[in-house]
Ligand binder design. Structure first.
Ligand SMILES: [Zn+2]
Ligand SMILES: [Zn+2]
Length: 116
């Protein structure tokens, strides 16, 4: 009665990744901290990850494209003009709002980005 499908292919879920800051648009294969197609890679925070197209099969190399802002949840890429990582991941808008809570070196970084 029951249909057994032991050889069923796992569905490849594709996550649309779009940076709300610079607008970069990519397809990613995983969102989270522990990509199943990589070996021993655990990310510090949930990120959008794609398989590295230039890495030989079985190597498990990955590319991290970005992640969601801890505060507002907007998706931003890892470009330093789009996001800031300090303990958590922030989009630059939220980072600027929190600038007074960051240590001096992070503040300086932000001020430099603002000048552009
Ligand atoms: Zn971006
Ligand atoms: Zn934000």
């Amino acid at each position: 009665m029951e249909a057994s499908t032991p050889n069923e292919e796992p569905v490849q879920i594709i996550y649309d990744f779009k940076c709300t800051s610079c607008g970069i648009d990519e397809k990613t294969h995983y969102k989270g901290t522990n990509p199943p197609f990589s070996r021993n890679i655990v990310l510090k925070y949930p990120s959008y990850v794609m398989k590295d197209p230039f890495s030989p099969p079985g190597k498990g190399e990955i590319l991290v494209l970005g992640s969601d802002c801890t505060i507002c949840g907007q998706t931003v890429c890892i470009n330093k003009e789009c996001s800031l990582f300090y303990k958590k991941n922030y989009c630059l808008d939220c980072a600027k709002n929190l600038i007074e809570t960051f240590p001096v070196e992070i503040k300086n970084k932000l001020v430099q980005i603002k000048k552009k």
